[in-house]
Design a protein around this ligand. Structure first.
Ligand code: ADP
Ligand code: MG
Length: 267
């Protein structure tokens, strides 16, 4: 049964209703997600935290349309998700760039596939390459770039396709602390300018508090949402924000919750 009729919830950007995900494992059927319900408002920056294996990537893949849930439905802008593409830009932990294309051509790729005229797609690519600070590298190839730069290309490419929502699975997880800090600020600035709804997975509680308008805490065994914490810190946020008592209170609150879930799960 559809418990989320569109006429009531048309203003939600993402609606996850009664989503369950079972996987067949050697030992038998395994419940990775148990009845997840979530409504995301336009322009929100959602960060999902939780212990490894609690189903974060599974949830993102379901919202992205890369995985069909065992039960339940997902809507993006009121439209049922039936497959990838269509309004959803995804950034993965590993920079999935085409090595034989320049930065510019990588960012343009999705637009070219859509049949957008050359002049128009070059203009859009230029704009987003500039937004992530890579204009001097527009003609470089991925192998000439650092990890952080490649991830900025992936973000520019996701933005360039003008998605309704941006889905990011630990995009900064593999980067060193300084590069990560730079990319966090860059992403915050881009988000403030573009006002796209972001759904961002991280295992780093500090990163979640810095970025999010709301932090979703998940627990494992089976994966479910245990708490939603609004982050009412003012924007613009920078690395300095991390030094405030309000930031640290929120970080401790969330960290304790995640850690408690972890301990309970480990029993
Ligand atoms: N395709 C799959 N087949 C079987 N089990 C899977 C599959 N994908 C994920 N799982 C299992 O589901 C659980 C959640 O995985 P995942 O969503 O990747 O967690 P997280 O991203 O939070 O670390 C894990 O126990 C994982 O082993
Ligand atoms: Mg994961």
């Amino acid at each position: 049964m559809d418990r989320n009729p569109t006429h009531e919830n048309a203003h939600y950007e993402i609606e996850v209703s009664g989503v369950r995900q079972e996987f067949e494992k050697k030992e038998g059927s395994f419940l990775a997600l148990d009845t997840v319900n979530l409504n995301v408002e336009p322009n929100e920056f959602i960060c999902v935290v939780g212990p490894s294996g609690c189903g974060k990537t599974t949830l993102l893949n379901i919202i992205a349309g890369l995985l069909k849930p065992t039960e339940g439905t997902v809507r993006v802008k009121g439209e049922p998700v039936t497959g990838p593409g269509k309004g959803k830009g995804v950034v993965f932990q590993q920079y999935a760039l085409y090595p034989w294309l320049t930065v510019k051509k990588n960012v343009e790729f999705g637009l070219r596939m859509k049949g957008m005229p050359k002049a128009k797609r070059e203009e859009i690519a230029r704009r987003y390459i500039d937004l992530v600070g890579l204009t001097p590298f527009a003609d470089a190839y991925p192998k000439e770039l650092s990890g952080g730069m490649k991830q900025r290309v992936a973000i520019a490419r996701a933005y360039a396709t003008a998605p309704e929502v941006l889905l990011m699975d630990e995009p900064f997880g593999a980067l060193d602390a300084q590069t990560r800090a730079q990319l966090q600020e860059n992403l915050l600035a881009t988000w403030q300018q573009e006002r796209k709804t972001c759904f961002f997975i991280t295992h780093d509680v500090e990163e979640a508090v810095l970025l999010a308008t709301k932090v979703i805490i998940m627990s494992a065994g089976p994966g479910r949402i245990t708490k939603i914490v609004p982050i009412d810190l003012p924007y613009p946020r920078t690395q300095e924000t991390k030094l405030t008592p309000e930031f640290n209170n929120l970080k401790n609150l969330i960290w304790n919750q995640v850690y408690r879930e972890y301990l309970e799960h480990a029993k």
